[in-house]
Write a protein that binds this ligand. Structure first.
Ligand SMILES: C[S@@+](CC[C@H](N)C(=O)[O-])C[C@H]1O[C@@H](n2cnc3c(N)ncnc32)[C@H](O)[C@@H]1O
Length: 323
């Protein structure tokens, strides 16, 4: 008898603000949606249920393991209604039309990493694991975090930690990494977490219990995956694919991401990019978005209590205008 492939562990990821996401995407029978970050497939499943019996969904993820897991769980149930592709959402403009998603009713971006990635000790996303610091969503390309820590000089590392983690002790941590690697490379998540703990001041009494390495890990992950650049490009590509009335919905988890989303939505709501002192518009750009959630939405307390991952989430939604 042929040996059977071991089944993938089921996803542990609990989708954030699922009711709000589905309502904002306005999924309905016959609609065409893209989930640009399909992850464990929790949102995808809700979108497919809301667009029953014939709505279709294209799910993308940079992480091949996420795509394989969603395929195993949902492909049999949804057949032709679900298409899955391992791709970075930066490539949305190239990938979507070829899959039959050139004009869509909605696109979801649920940013950052999933609980499945966080729990995978081999990938080094969590400072609680002893895995090598890799941190790539797509393990087939890019530079692992451990390599950045081994090669960047103190100035470059300081800039990275400031820019992508807004880390107040960036210089001190960067110098400590350069010093430490003279004797042994800073290679695992546990090595780095311990180093940060050693060189930064302890938590002030009464402050929330956030690990002192949280911002450092965020910064490395954002840099390794070029997350901010990808987000900017992904949003622009998604907007181009939307039909008039189509919805763009983004869940972000930290201020750097949310700032990009907010600015992108504001710029597309305004349209004209002429300087304020210009007497008449010469750029001719028309507004392309209407804000559906001007201030964004945050999860209910009950959701945060049940799913701590939702704690820092902010949902922004906008609708494509005719222009
Ligand atoms: C928060 S999880 C998504 C969870 C999903 N909404 C669910 O319900 O299970 C984020 C996912 O986005 C993926 N991701 C992050 N940046 C990406 C990018 N630029 N292109 C494609 N996928 C990306 C990650 O690999 C991860 O699986």
């Amino acid at each position: 008898m042929a040996p059977t492939e071991p089944a993938l562990a089921p996803s542990q990821h609990v989708p954030v603000m699922p009711d709000e996401v589905v309502a904002m995407l306005a999924a309905r029978p016959g609609s065409l949606h893209i989930d640009a970050t399909v992850g464990g497939g929790g949102h995808a499943e809700r979108i497919l249920a809301a667009s029953d019996p014939d709505g279709r969904l294209l799910g993308l993820d940079a992480d091949g393991a996420a795509i394989a897991r969603v395929r195993e769980r949902l492909a049999g149930r949804y057949g032709d209604r679900l298409r899955l592709r391992q791709a970075n959402f930066r490539q949305l403009a190239d990938v979507a039309p070829g899959e039959g998603f050139g004009a869509i009713d909605g696109c979801l971006f649920d940013l950052g990493l999933s609980s499945d990635q966080l729990a995978d000790a081999e990938r080094g996303f969590s400072f609680r694991t002893t895995g090598r610091l890799d941190m790539r969503f797509d393990t087939s390309r890019g530079i692992p975090a451990a390599e950045l820590l081994a090669t960047l000089d103190a100035g470059e590392l300081t800039a990275l930690l400031r820019r992508y983690g807004e880390e107040p002790f960036a210089g001190r941590i960067a110098r400590a990494v350069v010093e430490a690697r003279r004797t042994a490379p800073v290679e695992t998540a546990a090595d780095l977490a311990a180093l940060v703990e050693r060189v930064t001041p302890g938590r002030a009494p009464g402050r929330r219990r956030v690990h002192p390495a949280t911002r450092v890990f965020q910064a490395l992950r954002v840099a390794v995956n070029e997350e901010l650049e990808a987000l900017q490009e992904g949003l622009a590509a998604a907007l181009d694919l939307l039909r008039p009335g189509g919805r763009l919905v983004v869940l972000s988890y930290h201020s750097l991401e949310d700032r990009i989303v907010k600015r992108f939505f504001q710029a597309e709501r305004r349209g004209c990019t002429c300087p304020p002192e210009a007497p008449v518009c010469v750029c001719g750009r028309q507004p392309r978005l209407r804000l559906v959630t001007p201030k964004g939405l945050v999860p209910e307390e009950a959701e945060v209590a049940a799913n701590p991952r939702a704690r820092s989430a902010r949902l922004r939604a906008a609708e494509r205008l005719v222009a």
